[in-house]
Design a protein around this ligand. Structure first.
Ligand SMILES: C[S@@+](CC[C@H](N)C(=O)[O-])C[C@H]1O[C@@H](n2cnc3c(N)ncnc32)[C@H](O)[C@@H]1O
Length: 305
């Protein structure tokens, strides 16, 4: 099977005119092979820091938005200073951020000028991540925090049961980002009797709080991958923040939900995961729309899997 790049098996893995890709790789090794500004939309749903035991990956690289070694961010403080302050509060988060930071710096590089990053986290990480992304991207590049609210599972009795995820949205350039609210599915009014019948029939634009069920254990979407996200969430994201024909990227792809939605909406996609089980599921789910390949870091090439 060809590697998907224009040069075939010996050529580059990705090319702007090539096919969509499912890539088996550690994203830290693969992302640097992709060119600057290639993607209009990046959605990532990294493993949550739930166990507080991420593998530590030290890096000296902190890429800044202006190309210098350290960006001056919140209240004139540098990214490194802010990171150091947060680390002193929570060294487990520091471990987690050491894993994510070089990958998010790559995400910034890979976004087109009109591009948008969606970072899917949970309530344990999101506040630290917001402060650090403000410093990494620039606070003016923060667009939204989307709350995905669901209702599933047991309810804690000693505190308010936590039933939401957080999705931070950052744009590469606040003057140029693409956002098409007209392309997004609409929601029913809570009190349709208070608006005109035309408005009630059309529904209203979603806000930054999205009520959506989790993937049903018996539903059509279910792939068997434990952390699979619902297509309905991703459909909104892809519809609003990319156009037909654009390239979209998920480098913690799991079961390939972003790819499935992208294919349905006429976008081209790259889905990367290091777990062979995820690749098998994506081969079944996306194989008709994409080339499936393993990335060989030593060769900087892809080969069939
Ligand atoms: C929360 S899951 C993503 C689920 C996905 N959004 C879906 O709808 O199925 C996170 C994924 O990141 C992958 N992953 C973790 N570390 C990785 C790395 N360094 N490189 C590539 N993939 C990685 C895991 O194998 C896992 O499939």
């Amino acid at each position: 099977m060809a590697a998907g790049g224009e040069g075939g098996p010996a050529g580059p893995l990705w090319s702007p005119s090539g096919s969509s890709l499912v890539v088996e790789a550690d994203n830290a090794g693969y992302l640097p092979t992709l060119p600057d500004g290639a993607f209009t939309l990046i959605y990532v749903d990294p493993p949550f820091n739930t166990g507080r035991s991420q593998r530590r990956q030290q890096t000296s690289m902190v890429r800044s938005a202006d190309g210098e070694g350290d960006r001056v961010g919140f209240k004139g403080r540098s990214y490194r200073t802010i990171r150091g302050m947060l680390a002193s509060y929570d060294d487990a988060f520091e471990d987690y951020w050491s894993f994510l930071e070089p990958r998010l710096a790559e995400a910034w590089r890979l976004l087109a000028e009109d591009g948008t990053l969606y970072l899917h986290l949970d309530y344990r990480e999101v506040h630290y991540a917001k402060v650090l992304l403000d410093a990494l991207f620039g606070r003016e590049c923060f667009l939204n925090e989307i709350i995905w609210a669901y209702d599933y599972g047991a309810r804690a009795r000693r505190r308010w049961p936590t039933k939401h995820d957080n999705i931070l949205v950052y744009v590469k350039n606040p003057a140029k980002y693409h956002f098409d609210s007209a392309a997004v599915d609409r929601e029913p009014y809570m009190a349709p009797g208070l608006v005109t019948p035309e408005k009630a029939a059309r529904g209203k634009l979603p806000t930054d709080v999205w009520w959506h069920t989790i993937v049903s254990p018996t539903g059509r979407e279910k792939t068997g991958y434990p952390t699979q996200k619902p297509e309905g969430l991703l459909r909104r994201i892809v519809a609003a923040s990319s156009r037909e024909g654009d390239w979209v990227l998920d480098f913690f792809a799991g079961s390939g939900t972003l790819g499935a939605v992208a294919a349905g909406l006429g976008r081209r996609f790259v889905c990367v995961d290091q777990n062979p089980q995820a690749i098998e599921i994506m081969r079944r789910r996306l194989g008709g729309h994409a080339t499936v390949a393993a990335f060989e870091p030593a060769l900087q090439q892809a080969g069939p899997v």
